[in-house]
Design a protein around this ligand. Structure first.
Ligand SMILES: [Zn+2]
Length: 360
């Protein structure tokens, strides 16, 4: 082919420019894709539908949320301005039950931290999980005798139970009542895991006598040094809820715990400014049903969706549906950037060799 037979260069350049512009526009459209955390964070009320969780604890949403009342005889909601006292009715009912049982056990009452946003989904701050209404943070500080004002609930600082250097529980602060509270929470069949700081797990491993079977549910994790995190399993009526792996059938006090007392888990993050999964997720990363959950009409009022122990809201769960959950969840999820690896609930343990515990 002779060069001279090529068409005039101008149209060629114009076409090239047009293509480049299109590509730039497409890139802009992708980066302008709204973040799921902004969309879910903006919803102030739940979607009034039967209660149903979609997806996984760290990648999902839910309908039929109800709010834990701000106060009960045996609990108080902390940090009320965050509007994270929402959960699946089974979760909210269980929090109330734990608060009553704990008081019967001698604990003065529960201070309740974050549960979920009204429709779940990723949050603006904190937490990789808490997205499907089945996770709740409960403070390890007992409820004070005098009712807390709203300002105190916003500002009162929590008690750190663990020494940040040794990662061991501060013995002056830990009481048998703390152990009893965790044992009570672990006793409920619907509770699958309780996340605590490794120092707290170690304290339990070192001190619990008699029945130790419940220690299986107590799982060490970063943070969780002023609160524990109670997680229940997927509830009936949620065929698209993705279950977590079952915990190993032992007390978890051996090698897996020893790893936490090596340097490895505490090495400074090499890339502290890298965005977290929740900061990157778009609707394409969530189960496809979450788009409907987001768009569903609001509950008529806040009062209509506050949980009042066993009312209609508590029993409304979705009819069983034909299930193909695993497929639906994975096909609805676009890949996240490699940096966003916040999904693994616990690092795989066993590869690192235990080393002497610092400060010992
Ligand atoms: Zn939590």
């Amino acid at each position: 082919m002779n060069l001279r037979s090529l068409p005039d260069r101008k149209p060629f350049l114009t076409a090239t420019l047009a293509l480049v512009t299109l590509a730039a526009l497409a890139a802009a459209a992708i980066s302008a894709e709204p973040r799921a955390k902004d969309l879910f964070g903006a919803r102030k009320l739940p979607a009034v539908e039967p209660a149903q969780s979609f997806g996984f604890y760290s990648k999902g949403c839910f309908t039929g949320g109800v709010a834990l009342p701000m106060d009960g005889p045996t609990w108080e909601v902390m940090r009320p301005s965050r509007n994270r006292r929402w959960g699946h009715p089974a979760m909210i009912a269980l929090i109330e039950k734990l608060s009553r049982d704990a008081v019967a056990d001698g604990w003065p009452g529960l201070l309740i931290g974050d549960v979920s946003q009204p429709r779940g989904g990723p949050m603006m701050t904190g937490h990789a999980s808490h997205q499907i209404g089945l996770d709740a943070d409960i403070w390890l500080t007992p409820m004070p005798k005098r009712p807390l004002t709203m300002a105190q609930r916003e500002n009162m600082s929590a008690t750190l139970m663990v020494d940040e250097k040794t990662h061991l529980v501060k013995d002056a602060l830990w009481t048998p009542q703390h152990t009893r509270l965790l044992k009570r929470a672990a006793s409920y069949p619907e509770v699958e895991r309780i996340l605590v700081n490794p120092g707290i797990k170690k304290k339990l491993c070192d001190t619990v006598t008699g029945d130790r079977s419940w220690l299986r549910k107590i799982r060490p994790f970063w943070g969780h040094d002023y609160h524990f995190h109670m997680r229940i399993g997927c509830q009936p009526g949620s065929p698209f809820c993705k279950a977590q792996e079952t915990t190993p059938d032992d007390d978890g006090c051996g090698k897996p715990l020893a790893w936490w007392f090596t340097e490895e888990p505490w090495r400074p993050n090499k890339n502290p400014d890298a965005p977290k999964a929740r900061d990157l997720m778009t609707m394409a990363n969530l189960p496809k049903q979450c788009q409907d959950v987001l768009g569903a009409p609001d509950a008529p009022s806040l009062e209509a969706v506050i949980y009042h122990g066993g009312g209609a809201a508590a029993v409304a769960v979705a009819e069983p549906q034909p299930t193909e959950p695993a497929e639906t969840i994975s096909s609805g999820n676009a890949a996240l950037p490699a940096a966003a690896s916040a999904f693994a609930p616990t690092p795989s343990i066993g590869i690192p060799l235990p080393r002497p515990r610092p400060g010992n």
